[in-house]
Design a protein around this ligand. Structure first.
Ligand code: NAP
Length: 280
């Protein structure tokens, strides 16, 4: 009997820049599965009808990217704990006729740290830069991992306070100008701002006070080595770039849609780096 060809999507607006098709189509080829993963540009006012129609269009589920993550959370019938606490869904699938949603950014972030710098598990104090959507996922992940101290520092202090409050008890908001002293007591520093992305620049963060065992992670992956990571590497600190988070967050969705759990390999990483370099 012919194997059913399963189809999954990534929807966003815009969506042309998404690297997710490179990742999922690589896994489909690797695992010899008949299936496809397609980019679909869905404007915000059409997202609700897209959610109602995607099964009729022949899709088993897909990824949701900006600006639809909060709408996907609001519209999915059931969501996982990460999605509920982060308030955003990036992975959709159908189960018992209902649209289910998950947030895989948080487990993807942790899986990447485990992969690239497993010693981070000994960290007791983390400092997170940023208070946007990605920072929410990082703070949730660190709290769920049992991190003793999580501090949030953001350019707009009120947003850091709001984020900390949303995850109380635990995370603490601190002012940007306290960073030099915070970093002295930071085992894990995570940049979850868009600082360092593309050619954009921003305030340089002085890492001089960080302990020698500290891990510095950036969730920005264009460029792969951000100014923060370059600075950390020059100081001999362990660095983790943001590309692995993108690769690892894709694993649970693929497993749901296509029925096999794929591996994040060096070959896949190099494939995506080449695609980023091509700048398509
Ligand atoms: P967002 O909701 O728009 O939040 C942006 C954050 O960056 C805010 O905290 C903002 O501070 C801060 N920021 C922007 N420019 C800054 C500057 N010049 N100086 C200091 N802070 C600045 O964006 P997001 O969705 O959280 O995404 C943040 C970054 O994470 C993006 O680069 C995105 O590509 C990346 N990301 C990566 C992955 C991955 O898989 N690796 C996943 C998700 C996101 P204010 O509040 O003061 O504006």
């Amino acid at each position: 009997m012919a194997e059913t060809t399963r189809r999954a999507f990534v929807c966003g607006h815009p969506v042309a820049h998404s690297r997710s098709p490179v990742i999922h189509n690589y896994w489909l080829r690797q695992l010899g599965l008949a299936g496809s993963y397609e980019k679909i540009d869905v404007p915000p006012d059409e997202f609700g009808s897209f959610l109602r129609d995607f099964q009729r269009m022949g899709f088993v589920g897909g990824n949701v990217t900006l600006p639809h993550k909060a709408a996907a959370f609001a519209l999915a019938s059931e969501t996982d704990e990460a999605a509920r606490l982060i308030g955003a869904v990036n992975t959709l699938w159908v189960e018992s006729g209902k649209i289910r949603g998950a947030n895989t950014d948080a487990p993807g972030f942790l899986a990447n740290l485990d992969d690239r710098a497993p010693q981070w598990r000994r960290a007791r104090a983390a400092t997170v830069l940023g208070a946007g959507g990605a920072a929410r996922a990082v703070v949730y992940a660190l709290k769920a991992s049992g991190m003793e101290t999580v501090r949030i520092v953001n350019r707009t202090a009120a947003k850091a306070a709001e984020l900390a409050e949303g995850f109380a008890p635990g995370p603490i908001a601190r002012e940007w100008n306290t960073l030099p002293s915070l970093l002295r007591e930071t085992d894990l520093l995570v940049n979850a701002t868009s600082l360092g992305m593309g050619t954009g620049s921003g305030p340089e963060i002085d890492l001089a006070a960080m302990p020698a065992h500290a891990v510095v992670a950036d969730i920005v992956y264009i460029p792969l080595e951000t100014p923060l990571l370059r600075n950390a590497r020059a100081r001999g600190l362990t660095t983790v770039d943001g590309l692995g988070m993108l690769l690892h967050q894709a694993v649970p969705g693929f497993a749901r849609w296509f029925g096999k759990r794929p591996q994040v390999t060096e070959e896949l990483r190099q494939l995506v780096i080449a695609d980023l370099g091509a700048g398509k």
